[in-house]
Structure formats: structure tokens, C-alpha cells
Design a protein around this ligand. Sequence first.
Ligand SMILES: C[S@@+](CC[C@H](N)C(=O)[O-])C[C@H]1O[C@@H](n2cnc3c(N)ncnc32)[C@H](O)[C@@H]1O
Length: 478
Amino acid sequence: MYKKKQTVEVEIIDLGEKNQCFGRLEDGIAIFVQGPAAVGDVVQAEIFKIKKKYLAARFLSVVKPSPHRIDPVCRYFGLCGGCKWQHMDYTEQLRLKRKQVQDALEHIGGFKEIDCAPCLPAPDLLGYRNKMDFSFTDLRYLTSEEIDIEPDQHEKPVDFALGFHAPGCFSKAIDIDHCDLSTPEMNITLNTVRRFCLQHREELPIYSTHTHTGELRNLVVRHGGHTGEFMVNLVTSTHNPELMQKLCETLKNALGDRLTTFVNNITSSKNTVAFGEKEYVLHGPGTITDRLGDYTYRISANSFFQTNTTQAETLYNQILDIARLKPEDIVYDLFCGTGSIALFASGHCRKVLGVEVVESSVNDARENAKRHEVENCEFIRIDLKDIADIEAEMREFGHPDVVITDPPRAGMNPKAVKMLLKMAPPTIIYVSCNPASLARDGQMLCEDRAYRLVECHPVDMFPQTNHVESVARFERVD
Ligand SMILES: C[S@@+](CC[C@H](N)C(=O)[O-])C[C@H]1O[C@@H](n2cnc3c(N)ncnc32)[C@H](O)[C@@H]1O
């Protein structure tokens, strides 16, 4: 009965898997709507997929707005995939973030009994990011209005973009000149670097993901949320000393003494991750510092650091709160980055072992412990897939009472979960930026009733986006 391209009207009643809005048509068939709809909206949508049990459709327009609908602040809303929830009020964003974690734990992890705590809100809803990673592409993403314009008639070149990848498309970027989650310095840098690179297009061609030739890869900016220190990191394929010096002067002119350091990272990698193999420091110390609680951290261009400074403190306090450390405890901080959780925990336990694969992060972690005269933390470089290495280290350091694990989005490698099960610490605190990974790894931990999930606290590190962090406590079943 339904046809592709047919327009239907539907009330959005819930948010389904993968954050797709969900409703039912008059005959009861489920319909998933892609695009900026909100729960409570009545929308018009165009069907693009017809299955026996459900339809998939694209959002067209709002017929009757949800009471939670608000006007998005960003001019790129709906185009850029970053802030997918700017059209919902903050109370609704928090409700949906908690629901996301609860649903993943129930449906993916099989945790039927768990009742997640309310999502902890962030104090700053805009301008909160301390790091931005802008991509260069030689294909600018064109809007539906732009697509029919002749290439030489466009206001901006079609073969140059500096901004964010278009959703689901790594070869194109939306050329942006302002991001509301960035600080003013980041936006100034974005536009200064764009102007400079457009002026030097011959010498600085954009790296092509098709031919794997060209220079410009990423512009990464980092801002110490509590210190105001500012780093610009241009990631290129090779180092051009003369041009980088010129760009350095241009940045100093634009930012004055707000520029703490400028580095040029070089990568030969064919993928789009902004990670340098060699680094040239053109201005300042090559690192910045930021503060979390009582600790000041040194941060290098390639080191991981929580991207929302104020909310990282909330997250770490939440970790400490549910870890309930005792003075005699031995703690492991797995995936420790620059050692920030380890330092936070160091005053509450006997000693901490931080484990991390990125060399510069381990060096930063050691330096961070040294500068605070923290003597009960050790940091080692280990790939957590290499079980033998961690087992050897464990024999030397002592068996952990509490393991805090904070893996990347994809979660832990199954080998690492098995290693945790073998280690069998009485308490595991799992910190996760991906509810599905938490649910999957949590299920593995609780298989054969080895552990039980006791509590879970969602924390909003990224207002306006559909991302949510959570902190969960697993206890060994003895
Ligand atoms: C989500 S970050 C957590 C960092 C830190 N806990 C914090 O709060 O700042 C994940 C960290 O895991 C590290 N990592 C990724 N894969 C790894 C692996 N196989 N072995 C060890 N560390 C890894 C990354 O370099 C990154 O620093």
C-alpha cells in the first residue's frame, strides 16, 4: 500500500535505536524518521524504505511542534552532523540521554533490573569544547540549493573545504566559518587558517583521500578550559618550514598573546585520523596545560584529554563517588590517557597503575604526576590487547582491588575483557562514551554471574549532541 517517495504525516512518539525518531501510522505500522524531528512533533516525512514490519522515512517539515522543540542556534544545523539535538530543550536532551543508556543496557546487555540515575547536566550548553578537529577536503559538501550551480559560479570554491565531514561521507566536508561549541579563539583560527591556505593553494594542496596526494589534512585546536592556553596544530603530509613559519606569523597576528603554541604534525597515514608521527614546534612549548580539580595537566597535540573541561570534573567526581576507594586499595586506570583519572584517584588509595598505548600520553601522564609530586602513580605503555604484558606488570605492581576502565568508543577488545575477568578485581568501574559498548562489554563481564552491574550514572559531556558518557559500577560475585 505504501510507495517510495510517498509523503506521510506522523506523530513522533519515541526515540528508537540509533537515535531515529519513531512513530506509528494509522494502520499501526512502525515508521522511523531520519532527520531533526523531536518526540511530540507531528511531522511530514517521505518514505524511502518499505519493509514488512516497518517503514523508513526522511523528515520533511514540522506540522505541529513538540512542546520540547526550540530554535537551533547554529546556521549549519541539519547539515552538519555534530549537534543533532539543538532543536530540543535541554531537559528533553537529558531525558533522552538517560533513556539511551537505559535502553542499551536493557536491550543489548540484557540488564533488566538496572535503573539508571538521571543524566548529570553540564553547566555550559555552548562554547564548552576544549578541542576541535577540523578536516580539509578537496570536495566541498554542496547543499541541495547549491548542487545545480555551475562550478565557477559558486561563492566559495567547490574543491576546497575546511570544516566537518558531512554525515556518513568522509570524502566531503561542510565548509564552516563558525561553530557554536567552539571558543572564539578556535573560530578566529579556523578562518585565519582557511584564508592562508586559500592564498597558498599551489604550495599547500589539500590531501585527497582518492589519490593519497596533497598536503593539508586537519586543523586541530585545543584550549585549556581553565587556563586559557591555546594550541594550534596543523596536520600535513610533509613539513614545509618556510610556509609553516609564515603561517605562524599570521596566527600570531590574528591571535596575539592568546596563541600559546603552534605545532605542525606530519602523518603518512592514509586514514583520516588527525594523529601525527612527527611533530615540528614553531611557536611556544609544543604543549598546553589545563586544570581539573586540584591538578594541572600537560597536554600534547596527540594526547587524549577530556574535551569538556568543566564537565570532566563532574565525570571524575562521579567516578570517585562510586569507586568508593579505600586507603589500602591498589587501583588500575586502564586506557589512562594523560593520567587524569589516576591523579584524581591517587589521594584516595594506596597506589595507581595507569596503562595507555600512546607514547606521548604516557609521557604526559608521568610529567603530570611529577609536577604534582604524586609518588603513588606509575604509568606504562601497553597495548591492552597484549595480555601477556599486563599480566607481567600486574605481578610486579600487585593485584588490583579496583579497576577503572575508560576505553575508546568501540569499547574493549574481547581479549581485554577476558583479561579483566581473569584479573577478577572486586570492583570494576567502567567509564564509557558509547552505551552500546558499555552494554556489550558489561554483558561479557556478567556472563556466568562473574560480576553484577550495581549502578549506572549517565553524564552529559556534550550538550546539543546525541552523545552521552556513563559511569557504571560492576561488583564481583563471590
Ligand atoms: C576515552 S580515552 C580515556 C582517557 C582517560 N581515561 C581520560 O579520562 O582522559 C581512551 C584512551 O585509550 C587509549 N587507547 C586506545 N586503544 C588502546 C589500547 N589498545 N591499549 C591501551 N590504550 C588504548 C587512547 O589512546 C585514549 O587515551
